[in-house]
Design a protein around this ligand. Structure first.
Ligand code: 6PG
Length: 270
């Protein structure tokens, strides 16, 4: 797939890939995740390869649901090295795991109950604990066991799949929230958003430390914010502050979500 927009002085310009529909978006995202996992699995098999284990953090919300359904269906289901891939939550809403708002529930319905993911390979935020502060602390402990002493001080996920809210939030990091200034913690208690429930989220430095960050953006209501981010005018927005220093960021968008930026380029960069 060729980038939709290239050149210019925007570091994101050649990182946008546009497909025609939400269904094609899910196909592109599943294909990209599969490509990353396959490449990592092959690298780990080479002599001197890194320790086995592929670490992928998945967002909640609605956009990625179809991607997860595709990953748990053929042809991916039979090819995916399920026993080697560890899945983590990017963020969770402070609700019971069976609540319709629960990101874990969505992941479970779309992926975990459909694919042969070994029980020990899904690492969740525990919303049965006393509160989001404790859950964030325990989630960070879990992450620190999975990524002992990472170079640079933050875990390097092989891939993190993120969404973008129309206000520019990503994960559970909302514009102007104090959590977006976190510089040390890996997992934090966050507030804000819709639904307005407390949340636990990976911090910005963790998102930026990933080897590959994939933003999935769908629908006309995201067109304005995507345009702001990709044209460099939304620098303060949490989604624009995910800047992998040693990794790569990719924006996958459907035609509606990309309509603002693709049209403005065609019209001469306005
Ligand atoms: C959440 C998410 C969140 C999501 C965006 C986009 O818990 O709400 O993880 O960051 O990715 O809000 O959500 P949609 O995909 O539903 O538009």
């Amino acid at each position: 797939m060729a980038p939709a927009v290239s050149g210019g002085d925007n570091p994101y310009a050649d990182r946008l890939f546009v497909v025609s529909s939400a269904e094609e978006l899910a196909r592109a995202a599943a294909g990209r995740l599969w490509g990353i996992v396959r490449e990592r699995a092959a690298a780990q098999c080479r002599p001197g390869g890194s320790a086995p284990g592929i670490h992928v953090a998945l967002s909640g919300g609605e956009t990625p649901r179809r991607t997860y359904e595709l990953l748990s269906s053929e042809p991916y289901r039979g090819r995916f090295p399920w026993d080697r891939v560890h899945f983590y939550q990017v963020d969770e809403r402070w609700v019971r795991p069976d609540d319709p708002l629960s990101n874990r529930r969505m992941l479970s319905e779309a992926l975990l109950s459909r694919a042969p993911v070994p029980e020990g390979n899904f690492h969740a935020v525990d919303t049965a604990l006393s509160g989001p502060e404790e859950a964030a602390r325990r989630y960070e402990e879990l992450l620190r066991r999975a990524f002992p002493d990472p170079p640079g001080g933050f875990p390097r996920f092989d891939a993190i799949l993120l969404g973008i809210g129309k206000d520019g939030h990503t994960a559970s990091l909302f514009p102007g929230a104090k959590e977006t200034s976190e510089e040390r913690a890996w997992a934090i208690h966050a507030a804000g958003g819709d639904p307005p429930v407390p949340r636990v989220t990976l911090s910005l430095p963790v998102l930026s430390a990933a080897a590959q960050v994939i933003f999935l953006v769908s629908g006309k209501e995201k067109a304005e914010v995507l345009k702001r981010i990709l044209s460099g005018k939304g620098e303060e927005l949490p989604a624009a502050r995910v800047l992998p220093n040693r990794g790569k960021v990719t924006f996958l968008a459907d035609a509606l979500a990309a309509s603002g930026i693709v049209r403005s380029r065609l019209e001469g960069g306005r």
